[in-house]
Structures are given as structure tokens and as C-alpha cells.
Design a binder for this molecule. Structure first.
Ligand SMILES: NC(=O)c1ccc[n+]([C@@H]2O[C@H](COP(=O)([O-])OP(=O)(O)OC[C@H]3O[C@@H](n4cnc5c(N)ncnc54)[C@H](O)[C@@H]3O)[C@@H](O)[C@H]2O)c1
Length: 398
């Protein structure tokens, strides 16, 4: 079996977990890891009150670097996993692609439109592949939605909805980049890939317009610039509507993600749990299949490890986000081994589920103004948008 030399940049909670998990894949051999905080490699770590032994003690064959460029130069990796904070992925991806190194990048793909252009161009110029690590694309119920759509049981998706409600305040101390400051008060619509990825996977066009408004700050009087909640309304060229609500400051105690698809022949809904007594549910109805004209429950949850998938990957399942993380890494490994032209979640898909959130943030900044959305593959229109944008989306404006 092919063996790819794997390295990682960013050893926060997510990076530490993702690297350990990826090193279990037979095709990957962990060779190097990088973070500007060397204690995350050499010392015990803590997350949510749980203690883990140092990675150095668990992975004695892996070399640690404090400098990313030095790691790329000396470790000679075939693959880099990018697990740095949400607003700084693109620069790491670009450097790897320029050296012909494959990339597995966490989401969102980019933090600014200019990064979108630079990353797309670097990708076009490279022989290396880029996989977008869009977790929600690995969920079992999302695969059910895709199957229902492929088989025509929903007809044409016409109106789609996604909610991502996650009170992230408990993470502010450990990951300060999540806390809004007067300089970095990006609205929650910016973190949109979890919501848009599954919905876009059943559309055959990209989002082309958006209007988005914010609630402003209600829950944290000491952070008057915070945006508790945003509601974005997107439209495609054929008039399909997508409503996306996001909130990272709230007192919601239920599950995080809900999705709804109204098609011309049926409906699909995944409703997150409402506390311990009401678990998450996935239902659908279809005019195209006798017996399911009424709302019908699907026996599917987060795990992508259906019997067919288990057989294919010879794995028993489990792992982060209901198994979605290891599943997507396995798909990535398989695509590299097979030398597939496109990765299971491509950069183009990553940008198509990331950039609408940046335009939505711009709309928030312009008090709900309706804006056209463009992509780097629409070169001139996209460049115009880069020149005209004004929203201070994150602290890493270039
Ligand atoms: N897909 C998902 O479901 C999911 C879930 C959680 C987090 N994430 C993403 O994972 C990423 C990491 O999140 P986290 O919670 O672990 O954050 P974190 O802040 O704990 O980790 C980021 C790490 O990157 C390091 N870093 C920053 N700049 C660096 C540089 N120049 N060189 C080397 N290391 C550098 C930091 O020191 C830190 O340890 C984010 O992009 C986040 O959006 C995705």
C-alpha cells in the first residue's frame, strides 16, 4: 500500500485529535508536527477539563517544529494537515501547494476574498491535491439526503434551510480567536461551511446573491460589538432560496445542527436533539415512493459507517463528530492512492461553501444590503469584489 509522509500545522484540541486519528490510517505515516506553542507537543494537554499525556510521549517517531517553513523544508512531507485557527488557513495551504505537497485543510477554506483568489490560483498552478475537511459532509444523514436526491425522491430542491446554534463561550479561554474583540468581531455567518456544505451538495448551482442581518449583542453587555446571531438569505441563479441561521453566543441547550430541504416531490428534515429526552431525528416524505407520502423516519444518525462503508474501508467506525472525521480522512487517503483527479470534497466545493459567508458578513456590515456573490473562477467580477469590500471580517486583513 502507498505510504504518504504526513505532517500537521496547528496542535490545538482539534489538530491534536486529527493528527492522532490520521496516523491510524495505514496509508499515512506521521513524520512531523508544528505549532508556535511548543508546550502543546512536549507537555500534558487539557481540553474541557480532560488531561492527555504529551504527544511527544505518544509519538516518539514524529519530529516537532516551531517553524512551518522549516518543517516543510526538512520533513519532506507528502501531505500537510492545516489545523490553525479559523482565520488563518490559506497561507499555510498555499505554501504547501507551491511545494507540490498535498493538503487536508480544515474549514473555512479562506478568511478573505483575496485569500480565495490566491488559494485558487496556487491550486491551479500546482500538481498537488487539496481536500476540504468539511466535517458535516461526512455525516450519515447527509449521505441519506444525497441518496434521496440522487434517486429523484425529493424532486428539485427549491427551498433549503440550515441552523447552526452553538454557544461557544466555553471555548473563549482556550481558543481566544473565537472571542469577539473590538478588532475581530466577525459575525457568525462567516463560519458557514457546516451549514452550506450539505445543502450545496444537493444543488447543481452555486449561491449567487445574499442579504444578511445581525441581532447585534444581547447576551454579553461587556462586548457591545459582538454579533450573537445572524440570519442570511441566499439565492441561486434559478431562484432556489437558502436560509441560514448561525449563533455562537446564546443559551441554547439542544443539538447544534438542523437542516431542511423542501423539494418539488418531497421534503427532508434533520432536526437536532432537544435535550436528552428528545434525540435528533431524520425524516423525509416523497410523492414518488408508495408508502412514504407521509413523514417517515430514517434510521440514520451522524455515523457515516453504514454496513456498505464498513465493508469498503474495513473499519468498525467511531471517531470524532460521529465518525465523520475519520471517514473523510479515509476517503482522502483512498483518493490519493487512486490518484483521483478531484478530492471527495474539492477546493472548489470548499470555496463554494465558504465564500458566501464572507459576502454575508459584508452584507451585515452594510446593514443587510443585498449583494451579488462571485467566485475566483469568475475572475474579473471576483477581482472587482475584492477591490470593493469593506467589512472587517477578521483580524488578519491583508
Ligand atoms: N471541522 C470541525 O468540525 C471543526 C471543529 C472544531 C474546530 N475546527 C477548526 O479547527 C481549527 C483549529 O481549531 P482549534 O479549536 O483546535 O483551535 P486552537 O486555537 O486550539 O488551535 C490552533 C493552533 O494553531 C496554532 N498556530 C497558530 N498560528 C500558527 C503558526 N503560525 N504556526 C504554527 N502553529 C500555529 C496555535 O498555537 C494553536 O495551537 C480551526 O480552523 C477551527 O475552525 C473545525
Amino acid at each position: 500500500m502507498a505510504e504518504f509522509r504526513l505532517c500537521i500545522v496547528g496542535l490545538g484540541h482539534r489538530g491534536r485529535y486529527m493528527f492522532r486519528e490520521a496516523c491510524q490510517i495505514p496509508a499515512f505515516k506521521g513524520v512531523a508536527a508544528c505549532d508556535i506553542q511548543k508546550e502543546l507537543w512536549f507537555e500534558e494537554t487539557f481540553h474541557n477539563g480532560n488531561k492527555s499525556p504529551s504527544l511527544a510521549s505518544q509519538m516518539p517517531d514524529v519530529t516537532f517544529y516551531e517553524d512551518y517553513d522549516e518543517m516543510l523544508e526538512k520533513a519532506k512531507p507528502d501531505i500537510v494537515m492545516v489545523e490553525t485557527p479559523a482565520h488563518c488557513h490559506a497561507a499555510f495551504c498555499i505554501k504547501a501547494l507551491e511545494k507540490g505537497i498535498h493538503v487536508y485543510s480544515d474549514i473555512p477554506s479562506v478568511a478573505t476574498l483575496k485569500e480565495g483568489k490566491d488559494l485558487w490560483e496556487a491550486f491551479q498552478a500546482s500538481d498537488a491535491k487539496l481536500m476540504t475537511g468539511a466535517t458535516t459532509m461526512g455525516w450519515g444523514f447527509v449521505h441519506s439526503l444525497q441518496d434521496l436526491h440522487r434517486q429523484g425522491l425529493l424532486g428539485k430542491p427549491a427551498i433549503l434551510e440550515a441552523e447552526y446554534l452553538h454557544d461557544c463561550r466555553y471555548l473563549w479561554e482556550e481558543t481566544p480567536w473565537r472571542k469577539p474583540t473590538s478588532q475581530t468581531h466577525f459575525p457568525p455567518c462567516y463560519y458557514c461551511t457546516h451549514s452550506l456544505g450539505p445543502l450545496l451538495s444537493v444543488l447543481d448551482e452555486e449561491l449567487s446573491e445574499v442579504t444578511c442581518i445581525t441581532s447585534g449583542s444581547h447576551h454579553t453587555p461587556d462586548l457591545p460589538y459582538a454579533n450573537d446571531y445572524t440570519c442570511a438569505l441566499f439565492r441561486t441563479p434559478s431562484g432556489v432560496l437558502v436560509r441560514m441561521t448561525n449563533s455562537f453566543i446564546n443559551n441554547w441547550k439542544g443539538g447544534l445542527h438542523s437542516y431542511r430541504v423542501f423539494g418539488t416531490e418531497g421534503c427532508f428534515e434533520h432536526l437536532s436533539n432537544r435535550g436528552e429526552k428528545q434525540s435528533e431525528r431524520t425524516t423525509f416524505s416523497s410523492n414518488k415512493l408508495t408508502g412514504v407520502e407521509k413523514i417517515t423516519e430514517l434510521p440514520v444518525g451522524f455515523s457515516p459507517f453504514s454496513e456498505a462503508v464498513k465493508k469498503k474501508f474495513k473499519t468498525i467506525g467511531g471517531g470524532g463528530h460521529g465518525g465523520a472525521d475519520p471517514y473523510l480522512m479515509l476517503r482522502f487517503a483512498e483518493a490519493l492512492i487512486n490518484k483521483d483527479k478531484e478530492m471527495p470534497v474539492s477546493l472548489r466545493q470548499g470555496l463554494a461553501m465558504t465564500l458566501p459567508g464572507l459576502y454575508a458578513s459584508e452584507s451585515v456590515f452594510r446593514n443587510g444590503e443585498k449583494l451579488p456573490i462571485h467566485y475566483p473562477w469568475e475572475k474579473e467580477l471576483f477581482q472587482k469584489d475584492i477591490d470593493n469590500r469593506s467589512a472587517p471580517v477578521s483580524g488578519v486583513e491583508k
